[in-house]
Design a protein around this ligand. Structure first.
Ligand code: DGJ
Length: 659
């Protein structure tokens, strides 16, 4: 791309320069032959420069960061942020401020870039309304220039005037406290230099009305026409083979702007339309964002998929799944991540991603969609195909359970059932009921099935699950069989279990699933305690369960219940799923805040079979902006006794872990 741009710059363009002279109304030849001797020597800007050369820098000739020392942007004729009037060290051009005793350079940490410094009038200055101010001179070839003067005023509101070439171009401009205000004017330079004066003639004796000055920008004004737009199109071209390296969203904006620009370049437009098209195309081109390829886990950082979109799979689960390859039709193994799609905030459907290396993920789309209205459920083809044979009562249930306005769909987990060759998703299905408006009133477990792991998943039902046996203390007898934060686990013998918070999140349960994984193994009325289900740690108030098996031991990692706020993790061990679970405490090492490194567990899985590496998946919820919740993935360590440890690392890779 850079090579292409350089080639463009070197190519030059005679036609555009001719146009510039014609528009300027005083072509180079007239300048050189007509006036006094010294004027003759002043060249015309477009005789020296080409538009191609200046497009990349937006025709910027000077950008003075007043009283600044570090420039974030430099114009063509300068090599420093600001200077006292004199020859520029690199370009030899004469430019800078005319020093005055009353000028005070002030740095401002609250402003960025050119707003981080400014000139002020020193306290106690004897102010002369017409004279006191800031004076700059800039050597410039003859031509037309657009001058922008920026004011970032930390004081009470006041007014300022800007003179260009001795004539007042901006009069009594109000500059408000800590609001960046710009004055923009166009002027013609014919004598080889441009004078800029900033002052406040109305200051009187009130020092609270002293002018300030943050920056001055001078741009050569080109002729905005179809030829110039064509040059922009050439310089801002993305070769087809490079298009795939950019994120879909930025690429789309770029393509739209390019299409608009192409249309205008072929037709007829006004100069302001050409200018707008040139600027918008350049902006879209500069905003093109390259898709990131990951080779490490960057813990808690923005994580994007292979199209550059933020990964949306919160409260999720990762596993290795047999899936059919889209191009070959062969069954292949893929890493599969399902989770809550929170792109629209709190409510949303279930999304899946696939990967070959656990670092880079491809979105498989929304595998179970929300529904916007009862009508949509009955009319839209997508829902018709899934629910065309459902009764009215079943449709009511689908609507209540998947409504984009009221349903709460959290912590989805997926299993592949070999017997039925179906993929089954269980999720925390919640929302208001006929008796309560609370988002967490339904407190039930939802089930959906599909022939493909990328859906669409057909919602079957949502259920209340097992209840506290009569001979045990129920911590929430007023609402039986509740099921909220949940997870799934398949044992070595193929038996699947659902692990979930019940009894108003006070007690965890583990319940056996049927052979199809679509419901409990035994109906709650007939379920036998210890065989079909168990209650864990009654009253301990644990949620976010993540159950896994390693080296003869079952582990259950959990969090406390503090809404979206993180809290201290605790894990348990047992010799069988429905056996006795022993509290082993917090696995985190060096977690001074005792917040599981600011995360909440959602899954632990075997990420590297060869080296026996288990990976902790946690959510760092952002309660103010759930879309921007982050993922905390860490390697899990075990000692010789099988005790589990979590240590924080900002960035890590499976490859770099020592086995
Ligand atoms: C904690 C749970 O673990 C999350 O899934 C979610 O339900 C939040 N509570 C809501 O506050």
């Amino acid at each position: 791309m850079l090579t292409m741009l350089l080639a463009m710059c070197l190519a030059g363009c005679g036609r555009q320069e001719d146009t510039q002279k014609a528009v300027d109304g005083q072509d180079g030849a007239k300048d050189l032959s007509g006036g006094p001797a010294e004027e003759k020597e002043i060249p015309f800007f477009w005789d020296i420069h080409t538009t191609q050369e200046l497009i990349p820098g937006d025709f910027l000739v000077y950008h003075v960061d007043c009283a600044g020392t570090e420039a974030d942007q430099l114009g063509l004729y300068q090599s420093s942020a600001d200077q006292e009037y004199g020859a520029d060290k690199a370009t030899g051009k004469m430019w800078g401020y005319q020093p005055r005793d009353y000028m005070e350079a002030v740095a401002d940490a609250s402003g960025e870039g050119a707003m981080s410094s400014r000139w002020e009038i020193r306290e106690g200055t004897e102010y002369d309304g017409e004279e006191t101010g800031f004076y700059y001179d800039f050597e410039l070839p003859s031509g037309e220039y657009e001058v922008t003067v920026g004011f970032y005023n930390p004081f009470s509101a006041r007014t300022v005037c800007v003179d260009l070439e001795g004539s007042c171009e901006v009069d009594a401009l109000k500059i408000l406290k800590y609001k960046l205000t710009e004055a923009v004017a166009t002027t013609r330079v014919t004598d080889g230099s441009l004078q800029v004066k900033v002052y406040n003639p109305d200051r009187g004796t009130d020092a609270m009305k002293d002018p300030v000055l943050s920056y001055i920008t001078i741009r050569a004004v080109p002729v905005y026409d179809s030829v110039l737009l064509q040059q922009y199109l050439e310089q801002m071209e993305v070769p087809p083979e490079e298009a795939g390296i950019y994120t879909a969203s930025t690429c789309q904006i770029y393509q739209e702007k390019r299409k608009e620009a192409l249309k205008l370049a072929e037709g007829e437009g006004k100069p302001e339309e050409y200018r707008k098209a040139c600027e918008e195309l350049k902006e879209a081109y500069e905003e093109l964002e390259e898709i990131k390829v990951y080779t490490t886990f960057q813990v808690g950082k923005r994580w994007t998929d292979d199209e550059g979109n933020l990964i949306q799979a919160h409260g999720g689960q990762v596993q290795k799944l047999p899936v059919r390859d889209k191009s070959t039709g062969e069954m292949v193994e893929k890493w599969w991540w399902v989770g809550e799609d929170k792109s629209a905030g709190y409510r949303g459907g279930i999304r899946a991603y696939s990967s070959d290396d656990l670092y880079n993920w491809h979105s498989e789309g929304i595998v179970m969609r929300n529904v916007d209205s009862r009508e949509q459920l009955e009319k839209e083809a997508y829902f018709q195909e899934l629910y065309g044979d459902y009764t009215e009562e079943q449709l009511d249930n689908v609507y209540a359970s998947l409504s984009s306005q009221t349903a709460v769909i959290e912590r989805p987990k997926m299993l592949y059932n070999e017997k039925t060759d179906m993929y089954v998703i269980w999720f925390h299905a919640d929302g208001p009921t006929a008796y309560s408006d609370s988002n967490y009133a339904a407190a039930s477990a939802g089930v959906a099935v599909s022939k493909n792991p990328n859906g669409p998943f057909r919602f079957i039902d949502r259920y209340r699950l097992n209840t506290c046996p009569e001979d045990q203390e129920d911590f929430y007898p007023q609402s039986k069989g509740m099921a909220r934060d949940m997870n799934l686990f398949v044992d070595e013998d193929g038996t699947a279990y659902i692990i979930y918070s019940s009894e108003e999140n006070l007690t965890l349960y583990i319940s056996k699933l049927n052979e199809e994984y679509t419901y409990l193994a035994t109906d709650p009325e007939k379920a036998v305690y210890g065989e079909d289900f168990i209650r864990l740690f009654p009253g301990a108030q644990r949620e976010a369960p993540a159950l896994f098996f390693r080296d003869g031991s079952y582990y259950l990692l959990t969090s406390g219940c503090t809404g979206w706020a993180p809290n201290q993790a605790r894990y348990y061990r047992a010799e069988s799923v429905l056996g006795d679970w022993v509290n082993c405490g917090d696995p985190c090492v060096g977690d001074d805040k005792r917040t599981t490194f600011d995360s909440q567990s959602t899954c632990v899985f075997l990420a590297d079979e060869e080296n026996g590496t288990y990976l902790y998946m946690g959510d760092r919820w952002n309660s103010e902006d759930l879309t921007n919740s982050r993922y905390i993935w860490l390697p899990v360590e075990f000692d010789e006794e099988g005790a589990m440890y979590l240590r924080y690392q900002e960035e890590w890779s499976l490859e770099a872990l020592t086995p």
